[in-house]
Design a protein around this ligand. Structure first.
Ligand code: C2E
Ligand code: CA
Ligand code: CA
Length: 400
């Protein structure tokens, strides 16, 4: 829904905007009447009469083009203003394919308007502003690339081109493996093994993350089961969960069922969610509480890069923190990184919240983290993510 922010009154005969103006607002008519008209040569042509409840002026906000018609208040009129920023926010949240279609349709629409104008008038054609045109072209190119990637992802899913790699969670002091994090890869026939950074965003922007996420959990649990059966110590398996998955009402119940079917205890199944999603506070709280009811531990991933404050954390006490790699990579020299790590670790320890350091690459970093009071971590120092077939070797080596 479009949010109401600001209202303005226009008097009878007042121009709201004129053809050729750059646009700042779209408008909703609350009271009164608005005439939309254009000039073709000397003629004034009324295109539409709008009444309360109607929205107008939104097209120019979408593609940042000058107004193609004028708007006039025919009586005292009360309008609600919708800002460029509000429209932009909604557009950037929308499905990329729909966005692309919208831009393409708009472009055709603009071309039609210009063609009609050129036919009817001896005036010079009003050209589309070159900057805005380049901007739209860029968005179309981007959207087409995304649409193509989305189609390829569908094929990958159908033909089984996704792979699951596992990175150990280690005891920083001893290097003993405590658990595994499942990390997806795409074995692309043309481009080789692709990192999730290249495709997870588009999967999340479309609903594709749902079937992909389902595959990750099913594959991960069954690989974990066969590893756990061969190892005496109890391990955990960690999954990265996208926002859309959290919004699925049956996600947690079906995960619980799936784990139970394989005799995996819920406390072994860890769910990682991005700290930056916490701004949806009440929804997150509800979801984290649901996880607690099922017995699944929750981890706040990339911690330190989002918006959490101490106050927030009190509400999410059942979740552990994963300190983002960017802070660990500054250790031990960078004073600011050290201060941030220290603050997060002290806070977690004081509140009795679990804390994990991500991206540990050197012994010096591990040493510093031990000094700061962090016991658990992941990183290339212990192991890169590996396919399931390499896990037994890794586990036996670490145990030995
Ligand atoms: P993440 O959850 O923060 O995972 C950690 C990333 O850091 C992984 O990248 C891992 O390979 C990398 N990493 C681990 N240790 C080190 C280190 O010592 N040095 C450096 N430089 N990097 C290290 P990866 O596997 O490319 O995954 C990227 C991101 O994609 C993940 O970040 C996660 O947010 C997302 N992702 C991966 N698998 C899934 C999935 O199944 N579902 C969802 N929704 N997201 C996923
Ligand atoms: Ca993670
Ligand atoms: Ca992370």
């Amino acid at each position: 829904m479009i949010q109401h922010v600001d209202t303005r009154i226009f008097h009878e005969g007042e121009i709201i905007f004129a053809e050729g103006d750059m646009s700042d607002y779209a408008y909703i008519i609350e009271d009164g009447e608005v005439e939309i008209f254009t000039r073709i040569g000397e003629d004034r042509k009324v295109l539409n009469i709008l009444v309360p409840g109607n929205l107008f002026g939104e097209l120019a906000l979408v593609d940042r083009q000058p107004r193609t018609a004028s708007a006039l208040a025919t009586k005292r009129t009360l309008l609600t203003l919708v800002t460029q920023q509000q429209v932009d926010e909604r557009l950037s949240d929308s499905d990329p394919i729909l966005r692309m279609l919208l831009y393409v349709v708009m472009k055709h629409f603009r071309q039609e308007v210009n063609r009609a104008r050129a036919q009817y008038s001896t005036f010079t054609r009003r050209d589309i502003a070159p900057d805005a045109e380049a901007f739209n072209q860029m968005r179309i190119v981007e959207a087409v690339a995304m649409a193509r990637l989305e189609a390829e992802l569908r094929t990958a899913l159908k033909e089984g081109h996704f792979r699951l790699y596992y990175q150990p969670l280690a005891d920083i002091a001893t290097g003993a493996v405590l658990g595994l994090e499942a990390l997806i890869r795409w074995e692309n026939p043309k481009r080789g093994l692709l990192s999730p950074y290249e495709f997870i965003e588009i999967a999340e922007a479309t609903n594709l993350i749902l079937p992909i996420g389902k595959w990750v959990v099913a594959e991960g649990l069954s690989a974990f089961k066969s590893i756990q059966d061969k190892i005496k110590t109890e391990l955990s398996i960690s999954f990265n969960i996208a926002r859309r998955q959290m919004e699925q009402a049956d996600f947690l119940p079906s995960l619980a069922e799936n784990a139970k079917a394989q005799s995996i205890h819920p406390r072994q199944v860890h769910l990682e969610i991005l700290e930056r999603n916490l701004f949806l506070r009440s929804k997150m709280e509800e979801w984290i509480n649901e996880c607690a009811k099922h017995g699944f531990p929750v981890l706040l991933d990339d911690f330190g890069t989002g918006y959490s404050s101490l106050l927030y954390l009190q509400q999410f006490q059942s979740a552990s923190l994963k300190i983002d790699r960017s802070f660990i990579s500054g250790l031990p020299q960078n004073k600011q990184s050290r201060n941030i790590c220290k603050a997060i670790i002290d806070l977690a320890n004081a509140m009795n919240i679990g804390v994990i350091a991500e991206g540990i690459e050197t012994r010096e970093q591990a040493q510093m983290l031990i000094e700061l009071g962090c016991k658990h971590g992941q990183g290339y120092l212990y192991s890169k993510p590996v396919p399931a077939s390499d896990l037994m070797d890794l586990l036996l080596k670490k145990a030995g």
